[in-house]
Write a protein that binds this ligand. Structure first.
Ligand SMILES: Nc1ncnc2c1ncn2[C@@H]1O[C@H](COP(=O)(O)OP(=O)(O)OP(=O)(O)O)[C@@H](O)[C@H]1O
Ligand SMILES: [Mg+2]
Length: 478
């Protein structure tokens, strides 16, 4: 076996300095053959050298001959270059996108130092030209990820943004204005709010609006519907579960709704349906502002504002022993009673208009209008399901006809005929006369207003009363 000889020119040198020199030279050669072009700039930022490959870019940069390019300050000949910045900072920019009149390039810029470590210039390389084609898969992937990220951010923002604000609560009747006034005041306070009112009267809408108008608006709004969650799951829903707390529990555990609402608002919907056993536990959690997730001994501090809603008569539930009195008082701090739709029939038209608009937006069909006869017909209905029922009725009517204007006849098949099986009239004889008279008065006023397109002067004339009396009646009982 022949011994290695120092004189063998193909052998790796043994002294470190020669090795590093060799490595540097190899790297330079490699880059210069790989790169689409190279340039050297001196400490003053003047181009001192370009390689042959770089010459391909000269025409696009506006130069015919290399002699016109070399010797010029780099920013004069290469728009948007950062070579000067590299010289000034002494820091390389390994990968960057440079765009100018010649195109978009992936470039690399490295400072050059002398033996003493002083920056004496910089090396610039064009790694890829037309990256939009050469790096197509990479750039496409980046664009896709960026798009997904933007979309996720938008969705998240939309979820956090309150669904409803006070402006979403349509109605200018005295009753509606009073509710909005109370709700605005409740939004400014941090106390517990209790929303009372018939089904479909807008309790959930108002809960969102109060949160959105409160100092907690930027924090979460978390709702728990006590009528919708099975009783056996409610406790875990409220308080959360430790990892593996019991068989069947999520392995990772689960955060409770109270904790999730930390800093924000906890909406207890259908609070009258809360199981009796849970009431004491919830009351304690709300009073102490503390929760203990199931299967832990840890107590978590929370800061939640409660808004509760129910369509049931909580006082009756308390009297029946089905709702804890102490919890009732804890919730009944700022009670707000939402009027039924039949108590604010003057709002029927603007409500219908706004609902027809949202139905049109959702279905993509043109927006319908209501004729005065249709409004009069709607005003005669008792609306036990309130605004939700109104929305359903309008939606059904819009489905049944293509007419741009919905007439009274279009609602005939949808609204139960007055009389027949209508509870309002079926039990009419069983109710106190003053109540009946008040109702008749209300619906007559509504019909008259509807018939006159809201003109109070002519409505009063139709009814044979003065305008002042009409206003008085619209304002409701004092
Ligand atoms: N004043 C209002 N202005 C506009 N839309 C309303 C108004 N009140 C209620 N709505 C609409 O009517 C529907 C029912 O309202 P919401 O869900 O708030 O009622 P609710 O009182 O919570 O009913 P429930 O007791 O049945 O849960 C929703 O689509 C809501 O947007
Ligand atoms: Mg509701």
């Amino acid at each position: 076996m022949p011994a290695k000889s120092h004189s063998d020119p193909s052998a790796l040198p043994h002294d470190a300095e020669s090795i590093v020199k060799l490595a540097a030279r190899s790297m330079f050669d490699l880059f210069s053959s790989m790169a689409q072009g190279m340039m050297l700039v001196d400490r003053g930022g003047r181009v001192v050298w370009i390689n042959d490959a770089y010459k391909q870019f000269l025409p696009a940069l506006g130069f015919e001959r290399a002699e016109d390019f070399v010797g010029r300050p780099v920013e004069e000949v290469v728009p948007n270059t950062l070579m000067r910045h590299v010289i000034d900072t002494g820091k390389p920019i390994f990968v960057d996108l440079l765009t100018n009149k010649a195109g978009t390039f992936v470039v690399s810029r490295i400072p050059l130092r002398d033996a003493a470590g002083q920056v004496i210039g910089a090396l610039g390389m064009v790694l890829f030209d037309h990256p939009e084609t050469t790096l197509q898969p990479l750039i496409a992937k980046f664009a896709r990820l960026q798009r997904d990220l933007d979309e996720a951010r938008r969705e998240l923002a939309a979820q956090r943004r309150p669904k409803y604000t006070f402006a979403s609560f349509i109605g200018a009747s005295p009753a509606a204005l009073e509710v909005k006034r109370q709700a605005r005041r409740a939004a400014r306070a941090d106390a517990t709010v209790l929303l009372l009112g018939e089904t479909g009267s807008g309790k959930e809408l108002l809960a969102h609006a109060i949160h959105a108008g409160s100092a907690r608006a930027e924090r979460p709004f978390v709702s728990v519907n006590l009528a919708a969650v099975p009783e056996t799951l409610l406790e875990a829903e409220f308080f959360g579960v430790a990892p593996g707390a019991y068989t069947g529990a999520d392995r990772k555990g689960r955060e409770g709704k109270i904790k999730l609402a930390d800093g924000g608002t906890l909406f207890l919907d259908e609070v009258g349906d809360m199981p009796f056993a849970l009431q004491a536990k919830l009351l304690r959690a709300l009073q102490e502002q503390e929760v203990e997730p199931l299967g832990t001994n840890r107590v978590l501090k929370v800061d939640v504002r409660v808004i509760a809603a129910t369509s049931r008569d909580l006082k009756v539930l308390v009297a029946d022993g089905r709702f804890r009195e102490d919890l009732y008082y804890r919730l009944n701090v700022l009670p707000i009673r939402l009027p039924a739709l039949r108590e604010r029939l003057t709002d029927l038209e603007p409500l219908a208009e706004s609902l027809l608009e949202s139905i049109a937006l959702r279905t993509g069909m043109p927006q319908r209008e209501l004729t005065p006869s249709a409004i009069a017909a709607l005003a005669l209905h008792r609306w036990p399901g309130n605004v939700r029922e109104l929305r359903n009725v309008l939606e059904q009517a819009a489905m049944l006809t293509d007419n741009a204007r919905l007439e009274a006849a279009d609602f005939a098949a949808i609204l139960p005929a007055q009389g027949a099986d209508q509870p309002a009239t079926a039990t009419a004889t069983l109710r106190p006369l003053p109540q009946l008279i008040a109702e008749l008065e209300r619906s007559s006023i509504a019909s008259a207003l509807a018939a006159t397109g809201g003109n109070k002067m002519s409505a009063a004339k139709m009814l044979g009363i003065s305008r002042a009396t009409l206003y008085e009646k619209l304002a409701g009982p004092k």
